[in-house]
Design a binder for this molecule. Structure first.
Ligand code: ZN
Length: 152
């Protein structure tokens, strides 16, 4: 999925789960984009020098940055600083992994090299992504926007 889809998915999940503070939503936005720093052309990766290229070449795409071990490690680090931000981090991070499962394969248990995914009957990822964004639009039109009203 692209960065915009991950932002929409992460922020929507957070709002539905009752996360409304701006600092937490900012953390959700960053953590929803963070796993894709293993690609230099990703929304977040294009602003970070060198690291995305190294991550893409050495462990590979959708490996360490899409793993349980990285998610738990960063969550533990953040939990010591701010439990509220740690929760927000996990919402964004997990939403990213779940969305990626439907458009490809991720090494969720990295460094174990197994890659898991939920292939949707061979439907190309771009159609899955388009359908997800369309469903999000329908949800917003069918009163889903009321979740966002609590933000302001
Ligand atoms: Zn990803």
């Amino acid at each position: 999925m692209n960065g915009v889809s991950h932002l929409i998915g992460g922020i929507s999940a957070a709002v539905v789960l009752g996360v409304h503070s701006s600092s937490q939503l900012a953390m959700v936005a960053v953590s929803a984009l963070l796993p894709d720093i293993d690609r230099p052309n990703s929304l977040l990766g294009r602003f970070i020098p060198v690291v995305p290229s190294l991550l893409e070449k050495i462990p590979g795409k959708r490996t360490v940055t899409h793993s349980l071990i990285m998610g738990l490690g960063l969550w533990l680090l953040l939990k010591g600083i701010s439990p509220e931000l740690a929760i927000a981090f996990m919402i964004g991070y997990i939403s990213h992994l779940i969305l990626d499962l439907f458009t490809g394969y991720i090494a969720f248990l990295w460094p174990i090299p197994w890659k898991v995914g939920v292939p949707l009957f061979g439907i190309p990822p771009v159609f899955v992504e388009t359908a997800a964004v369309a469903l999000w639009g329908v949800w917003i039109l069918l009163d889903g926007y009321t979740y966002f009203l609590n933000l302001f």
